[in-house]
Write a protein that binds this ligand. Structure first.
Ligand code: UD1
Ligand code: CA
Length: 472
């Protein structure tokens, strides 16, 4: 049972707490990923606050045998578990694990340990000793060291607050015993909630054990300060995994790689690189410095420098940047180039073709081996609709060409610099659209003379300040 119905008041957020992301995954998703390798018989996610969105996120994990149960009112962690049990979603199960949805650092290891230790007792708690246990439920043990009960921080006495062993909110239970005690829960506590922790004391006669694990991986995230701290740990784990698998990460402190990103061996990430979503970087490709790639594919040996790419593809050996913006559907084929101050969207740049400087290429298809001169614009939008531009293989588009779409520049065709191309250019032709140049001889000299004459005529007036406005 994963408890994910709470609002997360301490987040002060419109968004349900478990849907907040850390290092490229929501907190809920991190927890479900920790469960994935355990081969559990069923996974029941208790949803409530923003139930539809949380359900969608749980289902997106595509865990086998996952179902959700709605806790209509969030009356506490005990009530959440009771909702799951009463729903019938756990019928036929005799041992159940309970976890909160706000432990993104969780890994499978402490859960395996919990499952192994639990055996036939009524309950087993996963506990940890924390340097600063503030906010957590404390595990109160009797003089023999056996677990006696759990007391919430806000209900604890000063003596109990001095206990540094905390309840991680991860437990294994004998389900029939748990169900019986859930039915007896009261809400007589500081928060007026039905606490799951209150089932522990009455289960002691049937056997309650505890497994103490290192605190780092089982810490709950209750606010955005803790979220940021967790994200830092997760990010470091991702980078270490990638480095161990052969990626070079020059400066882990300034490199941000999301959980779903793939970086191949011998790829190089330079400082200030952000890889997000489903981005993939292939072998021998170099990304950075200072680049942000979202849902982008970078093929073998390509380079991306000081650029922002979303939903783009950079073919093998292609070069992007510096200062390039590639938007969804930008598709650079092998050995092509998108250079400085170039923006592209929904555009194929054929093998070996180059768009080196200061251009906008949108809704376009550029063939192989073409060159697009500096400051070329595909004028794709007429205020109503978007239109396509096609540039053929080997074409040479002159600098500052406006390609008014829909339009086609043929194979091996040319356009003269500064032309506004409104109709198709046949294969092999040169299209020039501009007035003849006139040279006016002696212009500079005549202009200087005129300026001198004007100054003399004006006398001192020219250097006196203008008269101030009369008052009134
Ligand atoms: C809980 C424990 C505390 C423990 C700590 C560990 C209780 C009463 N307290 O406190 O002993 O030290 O976790 O991190 O259990 N939820 C629901 N429905 C509800 C209320 C909560 O589904 O009605 C879910 C939340 O979405 C969350 C989880 O249960 O994922 C834990 O709730 P939270 O409010 O974070 O509990 P803590 O105060 O952290
Ligand atoms: Ca919590």
């Amino acid at each position: 049972m994963v408890l994910a119905a709470g609002k997360g008041t301490r987040f002060s957020s419109e968004l349900a707490k478990v849907l907040h992301p850390a290092a490229g995954r929501t907190m809920l998703r991190w927890v479900l990923e920790a469960l994935r390798p355990l081969g559990l018989e069923r996974v029941v996610v208790v949803v409530g606050h923003q139930a539809d969105a949380v359900t969608a996120e749980a289902e997106a994990a595509r865990l086998d045998r996952l179902s959700t149960v709605v806790q209509a009112e969030q009356l506490g962690t005990g009530h959440a578990v009771r909702s799951a049990v009463d729903s019938g979603a756990l019928d036929g199960i005799d041992t159940a694990m309970v976890l909160p949805g706000d432990v993104p650092l969780l890994t499978p290891e402490p859960l395996r340990l919990l499952i192994e230790t639990h055996g036939r007792t009524a309950a087993t708690l996963l506990t940890a000793r924390l340097g600063d246990p503030t906010g957590y439920g404390r595990v109160v043990r009797d003089p023999d060291g056996a677990v006696a009960r759990v007391v919430e921080h806000r209900d604890a006495t000063a003596e109990e607050r001095a206990v540094d062993e905390v309840n991680t909110s991860i437990y294994a239970f004998a389900l029939p015993s748990l169900a019986r005690e859930l039915a007896r829960l009261s809400a007589a506590n500081d928060q007026g909630e039905q606490y799951l922790t209150d089932v522990i004391a009455p289960l002691v006669p049937e056997g309650v054990g505890a497994v103490v694990v290192a605190g780092a991986d089982v810490q709950g995230v209750n606010d955005r300060v803790q979220l940021a701290a967790a994200a830092t740990v997760l990010r470091r784990r991702i980078l270490e995994r990638l480095m161990r698998d052969g990626a070079t990460i020059v400066d882990p402190a300034t490199t941000y790689v999301g959980a779903e990103v793939a970086v191949a061996a011998d790829a190089v990430l330079l400082p200030g690189t952000h890889l997000e979503g489903t981005t993939r970087v292939a072998a021998r490709a170099t990304v950075g410095p200072d680049s942000r790639l979202v849902d982008t594919v970078v093929e073998e040996g390509a380079t991306v420098t000081y650029s922002v790419l979303t939903g783009a593809r950079v073919g093998s050996g292609a070069n992007v940047g510096p200062f390039t913006y590639l938007r969804p559907g930008a598709d650079l084929r092998a050995r092509s180039k998108a250079g400085a101050f170039v923006e592209m969207k929904n555009a194929v740049v054929g093998e070996g073709s180059k768009v080196p400087h200061l251009s906008y290429i949108g809704d376009a298809e550029i063939g192989r081996g073409a060159n697009i001169g500096a400051a070329t614009v595909t004028v794709n939008y007429d205020g109503y609709d978007k239109h396509r531009t096609v540039v053929g293989d080997g074409a040479r588009v002159g600098s500052d060409t406006m390609l008014i779409a829909p339009v086609r520049v043929g194979n091996d065709a040319y356009t003269g610099a500064g032309s506004v191309i409104t109709s198709d250019v046949p294969d092999g032709a040169l299209a020039v659209e501009r007035t003849e140049q006139r040279n006016i001889a002696g212009y500079a000299e005549r202009r200087a003379a005129r300026h001198e004459r004007d100054r003399e005529a004006a006398g001192d007036a020219a250097i006196r300040p203008p008269p101030s406005e009369p008052e009134g």
